[in-house]
Design a protein around this ligand. Structure first.
Ligand SMILES: [Zn+2]
Length: 271
């Protein structure tokens, strides 16, 4: 009887251990984004001299960066999943989630960045300035539609790219709300995300963005985004410069290093 009991106990222990193995792996998988989800911010991807040389990454360098992220197991996630995660909702995420964003809507996002993103099976979010759509060196309606059909998301970056913190209330409303309507007309999709021009925000810009029914808004505060710690209307992004030492940044991202490490790394912003 005693022997039987012992055997049973042993079987139970083995069963318990076997049961724990998947749980241990599951915990490891979660640990990859325990410090939050990174959001990268690009502007130009071009070989040419642009008006924002410090915010221009060459196509070869962009391709290298995307390939490094891909081979390390990073996966771009749709904005809906990112928003759900930030709202603390239960959502299934890949082991290494990331968001790739572009501000201002330059045409090189279509001609140079888009093929590279497709090559890696990545998506992105492009934040558009209303008055620049269909202008020279900016994205056209047709290009936006083609990318939207592929799965690139579009977000509001105001109508005229002015510093929102300096505007009176009625202009604020137009700058934030009208670009949403315009993009919805072009893409036939809901426009959930917004980014503040130059990263400038205050309480009023935040309230107006929320009031215009955006689900989330991005600043250029560096670091990772984590629920309960970061406000969904003041989300963080890591700005990518022509001078960015991506190998160093990559190590921090791949190790999912906490905000402080990324703050130490990130250089100054402009744009
Ligand atoms: Zn901008």
């Amino acid at each position: 009887m005693q022997f039987f009991k012992k055997k049973l106990l042993c079987q139970q222990l083995i069963g318990l251990l076997i049961g724990l193995i998947p749980a241990m792996f599951a915990n490891n998988a979660c640990a990859q984004y325990l410090n939050g989800i990174p959001v990268l911010l690009y502007h130009h991807v071009s070989e040419e001299k642009t008006e924002l040389p410090h915010l221009t990454v060459t196509p070869a360098e962009f391709e290298r960066q995307m390939a490094m992220l891909k081979s390390a197991g990073f996966e771009t996630i749709p904005p809906e999943k990112f928003v759900a995660y930030m709202r603390g909702q239960s959502v299934e995420l890949p082991e290494k989630p990331i968001l790739i964003t572009f501000d201002d809507g330059y045409d090189d996002n279509y001609t140079r960045a888009f093929p590279i993103l497709q090559e890696q099976g990545f998506t992105a979010v492009i934040f558009m300035v209303g008055v620049n759509i269909d202008r020279e060196k900016r994205l056209s309606t047709k290009q936006i539609q083609e990318m939207s059909d592929y799965g690139i998301s579009f977000g509001g970056h105001t109508l005229t790219h002015r510093d929102l913190t300096t505007l009176p209330e009625n202009e604020l409303k137009h700058e934030i709300g009208d670009i949403k309507k315009k993009l919805r007309q072009i893409t036939a999709r809901d426009i959930a995300l917004f980014s503040y021009p130059y990263g400038y925000y205050n309480l009023k810009t935040w309230e107006k963005t929320e009031g215009a029914d955006y689900q989330a808004a991005f600043t250029v505060l560096p670091g990772l985004n984590k629920p309960d710690r970061d406000n969904i209307y003041l989300l963080r992004r890591i700005a990518m410069y022509s001078t960015t030492d991506f190998d160093t940044l990559f190590k921090l991202l791949d190790a999912n290093k906490a905000k402080t490490k990324l703050l130490e790394y990130t250089p100054e912003y402009g744009g």
